[in-house]
Write a protein that binds this ligand. Structure first.
Ligand code: ZN
Length: 272
């Protein structure tokens, strides 16, 4: 592909990612509150002002409105801007990674869905301490569907084999995590691992296989362990008895998307 054309494609994917990020913002706010993500149209939570199409352009509207509602001038959380930017950047980087490695473009579908789900899960867990079923079940269903539609993403030709592998990975990852959650509850006499985390890992299995699920847990646990002492320094986090694991699992899954297979390959070479 010509370099100029490739740059245009990267920009298109970035803009597409920002638009998806705009929708993820709606999901992050509405899904945990049991609201529909389709209707009513977006409005300011403080003064009910309906957001016009011009005020709904990803990234640009937030900048031009200087992070304030155009009607009541109350601040709009920077989360809206961050989610759009991060989704756009990650989509563009995933596109770069998949094309640079010469991997099948069908891999973009599961990677984009994984990114969307990990962003929604990380932000809702961070804000409210929950990972809603709507996110994790969507991940599981998309994982199974993508295996049927694009078996090449699983390096397989048979749709049925890819589907069974996805289903098996979902069950194995979910089962293992459920056992860990039950054991944790017995040992620590409190919820050490939430069911939202268990379903998140099961969804990781369905979308990218058992190695991805196990890597996500290992990398997420390590990141949580390293971050915990620093989080204790922040007054807001000091009072919490348990660490919100979702953002760390999301980080682990992100690492898998970009470096997972390389890191596992390096690890296996060291063992041999
Ligand atoms: Zn307002």
């Amino acid at each position: 592909m010509y370099p100029q054309l490739f740059t245009v494609w990267c920009v298109i994917v970035f803009v597409f990612g920002c638009c998806i990020g705009s929708f993820l913002n709606v999901c992050i706010w509405r899904v945990p509150r049991g609201m529909s993500v389709v209707s009513p149209p977006s409005h300011c939570p403080k003064c009910d002002h309906e957001i016009t199409p011009l005020e709904n352009i990803p990234l640009l509207s937030w900048i031009f409105l200087r992070g304030r509602c155009s009607a009541c001038h109350e601040p709009i959380t920077i989360r809206y801007f961050l989610v759009e930017l991060v989704t756009g950047l990650l989509f563009a980087l995933i596109f770069l990674k998949v094309t640079a490695a010469g991997e099948p473009l069908t891999l973009l579908a599961p990677f984009f869905v994984m990114t969307a789900i990990l962003i929604c899960s990380a932000f809702t867990d961070c804000e409210l301490g929950i990972i809603p079923n709507e996110f994790t079940y969507t991940g599981m269903i998309c994982g199974l569907l993508f295996a049927l539609l694009f078996p090449s993403a699983w390096h397989l030709e048979s749709r049925i084999t890819a589907f069974l592998l996805s289903l098996g990975s979902l069950a194995a990852a979910g089962g293992l995590m459920a056992l860990c959650a039950a054991a944790g509850r017995r040992i620590f006499r409190r919820e050490a691992l939430g069911w939202g985390d268990v379903k998140f890992i099961a969804a990781a299995g369905a979308m990218a296989g058992l190695p991805c699920a196990l890597f996500t847990v290992a990398a997420g646990s390590l990141a949580g362990l390293l971050a915990a002492p620093f989080l204790r320094l922040i007054p807001k986090y000091r009072k919490r008895r348990t660490l919100r694991f979702g953002p760390f699992l999301a980080f682990g899954m992100l690492l898998w998307i970009f470096f997972g297979e390389t890191l596992v390959g390096m690890y296996l070479r060291i063992l041999n």
